[in-house]
Design a protein around this ligand. Structure first.
Ligand code: DC
Length: 236
């Protein structure tokens, strides 16, 4: 079986760009698990569930009761960079900052995590996959052959995110982007369930001063070394 490559890390560290490029270089599938949480946020919004208000009111029980049937019936497909919800392309909406924020809030809820983790394990089980998220190396595939934890300085992550939003025509101040990013870091790393953490056996890579190509090359070298060792072990 071809290996599973797990890439975890905070928002804005460059996970998606790097994971996509690494998957292409290796000829592996690419799975963005954050997009699945975003798809749930969109499904909740479309179902008229005021998740933001219920979360803010601390009424997780009411929210979970409303989300349960939606989660049971949900169909999310990841096709490269496209995200399909019930067969419908929702890629553009998944990139809305408000959806990222709602996804982060909903990702703290047990039924949401349980359902998506089940789907994610099924999607990656065959191997030959680069999977990115917050809990891939710690919870989804703790036995993944290769794990990376991608980090970058908060100022650099904010600058990158701001440049991305500005290029899309979103008018937003750099300070505001940084504050939102820090809030999301706090929430993702501070939640009780599967908080953002580096697995003990993950290789940490700091992308602050490194370009995409440099990071991907370092990762590729590591994957090829591990694959080589695994092949050797199989033969022995
Ligand atoms: O990677 P992203 O920003 O698209 O993810 C959106 C949110 O989903 C993130 O703030 C936390 C949650 N998430 C998670 O809890 N576990 C994952 N494996 C991926 C994302």
């Amino acid at each position: 079986m071809r290996p599973i490559v797990a890439i975890d890390g905070p928002v804005g560290a460059g996970k998606s760009t790097v994971a996509r490029a690494l998957a292409r270089a290796l000829g592996f599938a690419y799975l963005n698990t954050g997009a699945m949480y975003r798809a749930v946020a969109i499904a909740a919004r479309e179902a008229g569930i005021d998740a933001g208000a219920l979360v803010s009111a601390g009424d997780a029980t009411a929210l979970e009761a409303r989300l349960r049937p939606l989660l049971e019936a949900i169909s999310i497909e990841l096709a490269g960079d496209r995200v399909l919800l019930g067969g419908r392309d929702i890629t553009a909406a998944t990139r809305e900052p408000a959806i990222g924020d709602l996804a982060s809030r909903l990702s703290a809820l047990a039924p949401v995590r349980a359902r998506l983790q089940e789907l994610q394990r099924a999607a990656g089980a065959a191997g030959g996959v680069v999977m990115e998220g917050r809990d891939i190396g710690t919870v989804i595939f703790p036995d993944a052959e290769i794990k990376f934890f991608l980090v970058a300085d908060v100022a650099e992550r904010a600058r990158r995110r701001w440049a991305e939003l500005t290029a899309k025509g979103v008018a937003i101040a750099l300070d505001e982007v940084r504050a939102e990013l820090e809030e999301r870091d706090r929430r993702d790393a501070g939640r009780a369930l599967d908080p953002l953490r580096a697995a003990p056996d993950a290789i940490e890579i700091d992308s602050t001063a490194r370009g995409v190509e440099q990071v991907v090359n370092a990762m590729c070298t590591r994957v090829n070394t591990v694959s080589h060792v695994l092949k050797g072990l199989k033969r022995a």
